[in-house]
Design a protein around this ligand. Structure first.
Ligand SMILES: [Zn+2]
Length: 395
């Protein structure tokens, strides 16, 4: 990169920092969580079960990730050999190489997917070998389509006269646009059935978010999600969470959490963060593939996939910092809307026994895998809320 281009990066970095600062602002108070002891909060048996289950589950993730990187490194070194026989044109050849690379990654992940199902069954959790193999195989087809679209956009731009190496400046906004479109239409694709409860309307009034609440069947995990933009905004419950042992009081807290996401524009903010990551990642991808002729030539595709996966892994801790921040704000919003920290505490305790989530995972798990505050931190937040109401009369 020439000196003049480096100087161009400085104002870009300043804009990035200001945007990040704006996106980071929240309704959270400057809080300090009280330090609670998980052994006092969770029954010893349940805690041990969740910890043992999670210990092995995260080892599977580590094994999968290392295998994936190793397979892609080998593919980066030797993958170009597949190119010579292809007569599909440069972009077609690039897509073909991309699909071969993804197929290797898929095959490398397969044993770990099967191991996870086996491990879940040992703990009485649901999981399907059919999903881990056959359904996963169809998912690979969908990945191929997305990969080909992405490669088509990137390679097409990189091969356009006058754009060339600067493809990343145009590709990043295209991907942000596609992501926004998907966020807008996804709620309509999900369907679900209408959910009714006496607490829905009052909560919507308190949080100033009037959106449909729907239940999705066919899920085995208790969960919920806030989705959509503008007219497509809605909250989804996965059906296990509206059934016992979850109580209406807990579901009210869950709904308040999801409405909190919408009240604080978290879908828009997530798109903003996506954009903030997309530009530097695309730039790094452009720089990394220059040695192989840039993204306009198929020779660069195996390396591009490897670099992309590595960059995603590197960005994961930062993304988790962002999502944990948004989740903490949604919890805070739920506490303020329900004034029911007891419901939150019961909910998070139940999660540990129902999903076997480790309430207090080791640091590297927290850094790479936890996109929510830990269950222990979420309980500490309910305690903090209670204490701050007691002190000041209002949170
Ligand atoms: Zn959430």
């Amino acid at each position: 990169m020439t000196r003049s281009r480096v100087w161009l990066l400085l104002p870009a970095a300043a804009v990035w920092a200001v945007a990040a600062w704006l996106l980071w602002r929240s309704s959270l108070p400057a809080y300090h969580l009280p330090h609670l002891d998980e052994h006092a909060l969770f029954p010893a048996g349940a805690l041990q079960r969740a910890q043992h289950f999670s210990d092995v589950e995260r080892l599977f993730w580590l094994g999968k990730t290392i295998t994936q990187l190793a397979v892609l490194a080998v593919f980066t070194r030797y993958g170009v050999r597949w190119m010579r026989e292809s007569a599909a044109g440069p972009i077609g050849t690039g897509m073909l190489l991309g699909m071969i690379g993804f197929a290797f990654v898929w095959a490398a992940e397969l044993p770990f997917g099967i191991l996870v199902v086996w491990w879940r069954h040992r703990y009485g959790l649901s999981g399907s070998y059919l999903d881990a193999t056959v359904t996963n195989w169809f998912a690979l087809g969908a990945q191929f389509v997305l990969l080909c679209i992405a490669l088509g956009i990137v390679m097409g731009l990189a091969r356009t006269r006058g754009i060339g190496e600067r493809w990343w400046l145009l590709a990043a906004p295209v991907f942000v646009g596609l992501r926004t479109l998907l966020a807008f239409i996804a709620p309509w694709l999900l369907g679900g059935r209408a959910f009714h409860a006496p607490y829905v309307e009052p909560l919507q009034r308190i949080q100033h978010v009037h959106v449909p609440v729907r239940v999705l069947s066919g899920f085995s995990e208790p969960n919920a999600a806030a989705t959509g933009l503008g007219a497509s905004r809605r909250v989804f419950f996965w059906d296990p969470i509206v059934r016992p042992p979850f109580t209406p009081r807990m579901d009210r807290f869950v709904l308040a959490h999801e409405l909190g996401h919408l009240a604080h524009n978290h879908i828009w903010k997530s798109l903003g963060w996506y954009a903030l990551f997309a530009f530097p990642l695309a730039l790094l991808l452009a720089l990394a593939t220059r040695g192989r002729g840039g993204m306009g030539v198929p020779e660069a595709v195996p390396l591009a996939i490897f670099v992309y996966v590595v960059l995603q892994l590197v960005a994961l801790p930062l993304q988790n910092v962002v999502t944990r921040h948004l989740e903490a704000e949604a919890d805070w919003s739920a506490l303020r809307a329900t004034h029911d920290p007891g419901a939150g505490r019961q909910l998070f305790r139940l999660f540990a026994s129902e999903t076997l989530e480790d309430p207090s995972p080791p640091w590297w798990d927290y850094v790479f895998l936890e996109n929510h505050p830990t269950l222990l931190q979420r309980i500490e937040m309910t305690r903090y809320y209670r204490a701050s109401v007691r002190e000041t009369g209002h949170p």
